[in-house]
Every structure is written in C-alpha cells, then in structure tokens.
Design a protein around this ligand. Sequence first.
Ligand SMILES: [Zn+2]
Length: 277
Amino acid sequence: MFYIDPHIHMVSRITDDYVRMARCGCVAVSEPAFWAGFDRGSAEAFRSYFRQLTEFEPKRAAQFGIHHMSWLCINAKEAEDVPLSREVIALIPEYLNRPGVLGIGEIGLNKNTKNEVVIFQEQVELAMKTDELILVHTPHLEDKYKGTRMILDMLTGDRRVKPERVLIDHVEEHTIKPALDAGFWAGMTLYPTTKCSPDRAVDMVERYGTERIMANSAGDWGVSNPMNMPDFLRALRARGHDHATVHKLVYENPLRFFMQAKRFNLTPPIPLSPMSR
Ligand SMILES: [Zn+2]
C-alpha cells in the first residue's frame, strides 16, 4: 500500500531511511522547517537551510522514487530572538516560489512565551498576505494544552484564516477535539517515547473518525522512527480497519490537504477517489 509521511525532517535522516521508506510504500514526504538542535544565529544560515530543503533534499528523495515537498519558516525555539526572526521572515518570500513549497511551517509555540506569540502572529500574517497553507507545531511538554488553546484562539480570532488550510500537528488525546471542532486538520505524531504511539493514534481514529486526520513520524535528529508510518498502517489493519479506511488516512488525507497549495507538484500515483471527499 502506498503512503505519505506528511511531517518528517529528512535533513536529519540518512539515505538508508529513504530506501527503507520506499520499500514500505512511501511515495511522498513533506518536510517542515524546524529547529536544528542549536540556534543558527544568522539569517544567512536560514538561507542555506531553505536551499537544502528546496534544492538538495528533493533530489536526494527522488533517487528512491519519493517525492519531497517542504514548508518554510522560523521555528518557535528561535523565535525568542525577535530581530533575527524578523530578518528570516523577510527573506522567506524569496524562497516561497520554489517548486513543492507547500506553505509556512512548522510555526507555533514551544514554551508559550510572548516573543513566540509575536513571531507566530507575524508568520500567520505572512501566510495570509501570500495566500499560503499553514502547518502548526504544538508544544510537547506540560504546556501542550495551554499552548494549543492559545494557537487555536489566535487562528480562529483571525477571520482571514480558513481552518481547512491549516494543519494543527502533534495533537494528542486532549488536544485533537478542539482542533477538529474548529475545522482544522489534525496531525498525530507517532514517536517512540513522547507524543503518540501507533496504537494510541488508532484509538483516536476510532473515537474521532477519519475526516481531516492524518499521521506522521516527524523523524528528526532525536530518538524518532521514520518507519512509524508503516507501523501505523499495520496497527490499523491489526485492529480490523479496511483497506479504504487505511488508504484514506495514510494517503488521501495528506494529499487532499496538500493539494490546496499553490505549488503542490506531485502527480499522485493513485488518483483521489471522489467517494471519500
Ligand atoms: Zn517537526
């Protein structure tokens, strides 16, 4: 079965990961811009990163038959440096027009600070001005509920924001409902330790259905597993979900969200079924 990993940091992964993902049916990935594990310190460093995301990584992925798309932003951790963040925000439009750039992301909150809020809002503003999709990172720690609530309030308070053009990522049992109820897409991040396991993700599907829900591995430089999407697929099957349900969750839903992007450039190997619209 084909699948898409809609949130994975391939710059942190080795080439063998692409090989293993391709063997398991991965046909496309989308890679949001994120924190490198250290503060980059200059806008020039972000230029290099955006080039890596939009030039090098799509070529590396293509060698294994995987289509690579990306998202651009300055992440919440580096948003504490407001002047630097503003320099980065100013240069993002230069890179937005590159093929396969789906929008602004992953923007959001980390420790729910004032500076994070300011930079989050300025990036939402950029997305509105440039008519881009938004991918949102929600906090991982004990502040998750509060941070998610703050983000949802900011987004729903802005009448220009169309919820169907926003993905709220890293949802868990206590944050998925408010995101879905407000009309947003919800992403469940499958992680070996924190966030959500494949089985917990299946629980959420059984509770909340398959509309506007997707899963991702968020494979990155920490303890993470780029094979978590195939594990999710197996968990769904083991719990008795039929082919159409699994296909919708791991392939059609991310595709349907991405297709709204101006520069979406994947020719889907299997066309979307009108039935599941
Ligand atoms: Zn991420």
